[in-house]
Write a protein that binds this ligand. Structure first.
Ligand code: C5P
Length: 236
């Protein structure tokens, strides 16, 4: 089984991030570098995690005019990200131009093309919040519409809540990658996550990757926590 676990490196220093990569690189699939760590440590942190032997999901959620996002995406390919994301609400042209630029740059460098995924609707949004931005269709319908648009634009998949996995796979096909945060192993606290699912449930529903932070990084024994999560997934 390919390793589905992506550890969220929600830390503020390169040293701490590199330490996590060093400890867990053989046990998880990828490390997620988001806006906090990237802003604190700069692009070098991607090279550093990679030099420790870890793969990187660069979670910067690009959203800008097509030319700007495509250019940033080319830099993400050059940095060596294995996966990164854009906001689907940036539109078809932004996504398709980016997908094309990513394919071209990976080919030029003769490296494996990174997995390019879209953020549909942030899970911090609810229906009322969407309406305030002028979106009047129901939230789930909007999520599915954006996932379909991402697929049409040539993206590989989406980030989604575990509760949206089945609807997305039904609409976009089983090959369309779904990366899901908001999972909590049976042994862990929920922290501030609300509509959670266990890793095993999410995988059963079709999740390709699980983004997990605190249940691993705040565990008394993080390596044991990863083993327990892997066992939970494998029992499915
Ligand atoms: O610590 P925890 O497992 O809750 O971390 C989950 C990670 O996934 C965090 O980096 C968080 O920002 C991210 N995330 C999330 N929910 C979303 C999108 C991203 O928890 N809907």
């Amino acid at each position: 089984m390919k390793n589905k676990i992506i550890v969220a490196l929600d830390v503020d220093s390169a040293e701490e991030a590199a330490l996590w990569a060093h400890r867990l690189k053989d046990k998880v699939g990828m490390f997620k570098i988001g806006k906090q760590l990237f802003t604190a440590a700069g692009p070098d942190i991607v090279r550093r995690v990679r030099s420790e032997g870890g793969e990187v999901f660069l979670d910067l959620k690009y959203h800008d005019i097509p030319n700007t996002v495509a250019a940033a995406a080319v830099e993400a390919v050059r940095l060596g990200a294995s996966m990164f994301n854009v906001h689907a609400s940036g539109g078809f042209e932004m996504m398709s131009k980016t997908a094309e630029a990513v394919r071209d740059e990976a080919e030029r460098l003769d490296i494996k093309k990174p997995v390019l995924i879209a953020v549909t609707v942030l899970t911090s949004m609810n229906e009322e919040g969407l309406r305030e931005t002028g979106v009047t269709v129901p939230l789930t319908e909007h999520v599915i519409n954006l996932a379909k648009l991402a697929k049409k634009a040539g993206l590989d998949g989406v980030v989604a809540s575990p509760h949206e996995i089945e609807a997305i796979k039904n609409a976009c096909g089983s090959e369309f990658v779904v990366v899901t945060p908001g999972v909590r192993p049976t042994f862990a606290s929920k922290d501030d996550q609300r509509r959670i699912m266990t890793p095993a449930e999410a995988v059963k529903k079709g999740a390709d990757y699980l983004v997990i932070g605190r249940p691993i990084t705040k565990a008394d024994d993080p390596i044991e926590a990863v083993s327990l999560i892997t066992e939970e997934i494998c029992q499915e």
